[in-house]
Ligand binder design. Structure first.
Ligand code: PMP
Ligand code: GLU
Length: 398
């Protein structure tokens, strides 16, 4: 057999998706496992959105749209960005893609030349590092800790810049840590980016999920110069419980958007037309469901964090947004559980699944090997069961 592409073959499978499939398979096999794996809202897509997609199908809206998306959806994106974040964009700045994941991929393909350096604060979402490599870029990872709330400091950022730095990926609020950068922190980062002419892929897909009434600042709102360097990533998956619809969008200057649009025209083309019509309704219709879901997530977060911190051997910070909690395993390191020495998140997650029947994501693939991630985008009943099982698992495994 001829050799396969070395770049493509080097990509590892997405750990979050792999864990989710393992969980779903165990459930299908009749095993009573509780899942905190993939970050996917447990709610159904609100009815008015689904109805709009059904109407589109019945009205024969089943043909191709422009590769970079339906004009009405681009307009809806601009409307929502103005309403929620005060941003001024027009349709030429918008690229619709098959999920925000695809928008990040396209943005990296549009920006990177082989050997360019991309700064990536860790813990990071699994897919960024693989997508950087697939684009031929070199990831420069900045390690952050709980002491700085898992946020990179300005000093760390400055130190990581070289003459090869092309781009920064900034996910705010963050998957997997749930942490939120304040406006003041973002301003400092933006100033440095402008000074060094560094592009920013600002992934704000969790922007509606910010708790305790904290304000959210979009990176692109910090001035014209930084807006011009920013590729803003967003989508409907998390805010509207539409993960399976595969609609994401990005906003950037016309040149970047043009490159992304041409790239998409030779790969996937636009996402399904009726799904795009559903997204139009999501962005322009009533927003009540967004706030109802957010309130439910906030309640779940409060319960999960409070109880987790009462359990001996584990701890976590209070996340400010998204729907993830990073559980710190440092006090368990080197100890025995079920006759096995806990040497990191992989071992812990495997033992927890096997003996506790709870599925969490080991932090290894987020560059956080002493943490496991819990997604609380699941019912309160599951959260209670998961924590009961954690208590029992730790007690009985000693
Ligand atoms: N960015 C982040 C930080 C995410 O957690 C996700 C979740 N999958 C995505 C982008 C992609 O979302 P989607 O492709 O479902 O729009
Ligand atoms: N972003 C979610 C997660 O991190 C969904 C899975 C994925 O696309 O990676 O769990």
């Amino acid at each position: 057999m001829q050799s396969l592409s070395s770049v493509a073959s080097s990509a590892r499978a997405s750990a979050t998706l792999a864990i989710d499939s393992q969980f779903k398979k165990m459930r299908a096999d009749g095993i009573d496992v509780v899942g905190f794996g993939a970050g996917e809202p447990d709610f159904n897509t609100p009815d008015h959105i689904t109805q709009a997609a059904i109407r589109a199908l019945m009205d024969g809206k089943t043909k191709y749209t422009a590769a970079s998306g339906l004009a009405e959806l681009k307009q809806a994106v601009c409307y929502r960005m103005k309403e929620d974040l005060g941003l001024d964009y027009t349709a030429e700045n918008v690229c619709i893609a098959s999920g925000a994941k695809h928008n990040v991929f396209l943005a990296l393909q549009a920006l990177i030349n082989v050997g360019d350096e991309i700064i990536l604060p860790a813990p990071y979402w699994v897919s960024y590092i693989e997508m950087i490599r697939l684009a031929g870029g070199y990831p420069v990872v900045i390690k952050t800790t709980e002491e700085t709330g898992f946020k990179m400091t300005v000093e760390q950022f400055k130190e990581s810049i070289t003459h090869r730095t092309k781009c920064l990926i900034l996910n705010n609020p963050s998957n997997p840590t749930g942490m939120l950068y304040s406006e003041a922190e973002l301003r400092e980062i933006a100033e440095i980016c402008v000074k060094h002419n560094i592009y920013v892929i600002a992934d704000e897909i969790y922007y509606t999920l910010v708790y305790d009434d904290k304000p959210f600042t979009s990176f692109a709102s910090l001035g014209e110069e930084i807006k011009n360097l920013t590729v803003l990533i967003n989508g409907v998956s998390k805010s509207y419980a539409m993960t399976g619809w595969r609609i994401g969008y990005s906003l950037a200057n016309k040149e970047i958007t043009g490159v992304m649009s041409r790239y998409v025209s030779h790969s996937t083309g636009a996402p399904a037309t009726f799904a795009q019509w559903g997204a139009v309704e999501a962005l322009t219709g009533p927003q009540d469901a967004v706030y109802e879901m957010k309130a439910a997530f906030e309640q779940r977060r409060n319960y999960l964090v409070e109880r987790m911190n009462q359990i001996e051997g584990v701890s976590c910070l209070m996340p400010e947004g998204a729907f993830y909690v990073m559980m710190n395993l440092k006090d368990l390191m080197g100890k025995q559980l079920y006759g096995v020495t806990v040497d990191g998140a992989d071992t812990f997650a495997e033992l927890f699944l096997q003996h506790g029947l709870v599925c969490v994501v080991p932090g290894t693939s987020f560059a956080a090997p002493q943490y496991v991630r819990w997604s609380y985008a699941t019912s309160m009943e599951n959260i209670k069961a998961g924590l009961d099982r954690l208590e029992k698992f730790l007690k009985e495994g000693k």
